[in-house]
Ligand binder design. Structure first.
Ligand code: ZN
Length: 51
């Protein structure tokens, strides 16, 4: 799962959120925080959380 610019990732453990400024070309890219791969935050999920 490659990331792309604007993607955001959240850590379930500590709540860290990061924003991808420059995408990578990795076939499988895992951004790890607290020893766990971070979860990508989709815009759909964000919209559901707004209200
Ligand atoms: Zn963390």
């Amino acid at each position: 799962m490659a990331n792309k610019k604007g993607d955001r990732y959240e850590c379930d453990e500590c709540g860290l959120v990061i924003l991808v400024e420059n995408p990578c070309t990795c076939e499988s890219c895992e951004i790890v925080c607290c020893g766990e791969p971070m979860n990508s935050i989709s815009e759909k999920t964000e919209n559901q959380n707004k209200q």
